[in-house]
Design a protein around this ligand. Structure first.
Ligand code: ARG
Length: 406
């Protein structure tokens, strides 16, 4: 009998998928629940979720704690890359999928499975991330997508779960689709499907305003990695949690955007990601201070590409690996402190930054008596820099050279 390892979330779709694959495809199902920090505000324990998988018919349900792995190997690189898809979205769901894929393949090997499976539908990015990722890590494994084949509506799935006595919490009229992990929350559906409609407060957790006084804190980085808040060192996963809480309390970290999915659909998404946005802004700010100009400008171009690759499911790909190497090389001197101020509702300002590796030279930058810049050197520089344009203007003429006369 074929054995399948399923990426299990504990929700309706993946619970139904367990029984459906057993019935329709006559397979054995092993569930893998990867904890990437999604427990933040659910009332259920992983034991309850595990019991549901077994209740649905799985022969085993493995729970893997991947929170530190997610932080240290995935969020850390995303910070170094200042990664924001389409200039906005810090890749919350996109970052967690390769973590899950890695464990899926790992468990498939342990259980001698011939296939891995996921519960995604055919309309989203996550199917792409799971499948391309699984093929990259295990070209020999088959990838199954039951929810893409079964043609059931949500109501059908609830009926199916009832019929098989699968203990689900879901109801037929679930309003929102929410995906969450350490790096933040992605919220879709309901009233938000109209891009003109104001997003409801109801599904928000991290960015509800619950602290109206300004919050000041200092984040310190060593070689591009955030290591402490106000001098208190902590593992990155804890630092992210702390910031989600403290910055999110002032309402900071909400993004409302229309984005381009890989599958050609534009979708309206609302994200809550206080720590991600704060850390990327702080990190980019130290880079302003320490990166040499050409490196800095080139990095900005490649960051865009890096975010697109990760969004598009290419975490495990040769271009992404090559860009990782470039980004790592740029982080050697990204060490320093950034002072952040959060003010309700939802504002963040950078109040100051410093670095022992700063290329900022006060003697060169100042306009006061300590000025060490040789002003006379600029004369020849500017003449030669502008020579081509001067020649062009004299011989061919610039367009629109005269201001309009009234
Ligand atoms: N649009 C985001 C992405 O593709 C989030 C998708 C998360 N899924 C969800 N069920 N809300 O990365």
């Amino acid at each position: 009998m074929k054995r399948v390892v399923l990426a299990y979330s504990g929700g309706l779709d993946t619970s139904v998928a367990v029984r459906w694959m057993i019935e329709e495809w006559n397979v054995e199902v092993v569930c893998v629940l990867v904890d990437v920090g999604q427990d933040a505000d659910t009332s259920e324990s992983f034991d309850d979720v595990r019991a549901r998988a077994l209740g649905a018919g799985a022969i085993e349900c493995v729970v893997v704690d991947a929170r530190h792995e997610m932080a240290n190997e995935f969020c850390a690189i995303a910070i170094a890359a200042n990664a924001r898809y389409e200039g906005k979205y810090p890749l919350v769901s996109a970052l967690s999928r390769p973590v899950i894929v890695r464990h899926l393949v790992d468990q498939a090997r342990k259980f001698n499975a011939q296939a891995v499976a996921h519960g995604c539908t055919g309309k989203g990015n996550d199917q792409v991330r799971f499948e391309v990722g699984a093929h990259a890590l295990a070209p020999d494994l088959e990838v199954l997508a039951p929810a893409r084949n079964w043609g059931m509506t949500r109501a059908d799935s609830v009926d199916y779960a009832m019929k098989w006595d699968i203990p689900i919490k879901a109801t037929k009229d679930k309003i929102y689709s929410i995906d969450e992990n350490l790096w933040g929350r992605a919220i879709e559906c309901g009233a938000m499907e109209d891009p003109w409609a104001t997003p409801p407060e109801e599904p928000m957790t991290l960015t509800r305003v619950r602290h109206t006084e300004p919050v000041d804190l200092t984040v310190s980085f060593i070689r591009g990695v955030p290591v402490s808040i106000d001098g208190v060192e902590m593992p990155l996963a804890d630092l992210i949690k702390t910031l989600n809480d403290r910055a999110g309390a002032t309402g900071f970290g909400r993004i409302d955007m229309v984005e381009n999915r890989r599958v050609g659909i534009k979708s309206r998404e609302v994200y809550e990601c206080p720590a991600a946005l704060a850390l990327i802004a702080a990190h980019a700010d130290i880079e302003d201070l320490v990166l040499e100009r050409d490196v800095h400008h080139e990095k900005a171009r490649l960051e865009t590409r890096w975010a697109e690759l990760v969004y598009d499911g290419m975490w495990f790909s040769p271009l992404k690996e090559a860009l990782d190497a470039f980004i790592a090389e740029t982080q050697v001197h990204v060490t320093g402190d950034v002072r952040l101020r959060f003010e309700a509702p939802g504002m963040m300002r950078i109040m100051g930054r410093r670095s022992p590796k700063a290329l900022y030279d006060h003697g060169l930058a100042t306009y006061d008596a300590h000025d060490s810049f040789r002003h006379a050197d600029s004369e020849g520089f500017v003449k030669i820099y502008g020579l081509g344009v001067k020649t062009w203007a004299a011989r061919q003429g610039a367009k629109n050279a005269t201001p309009p006369r009234s």
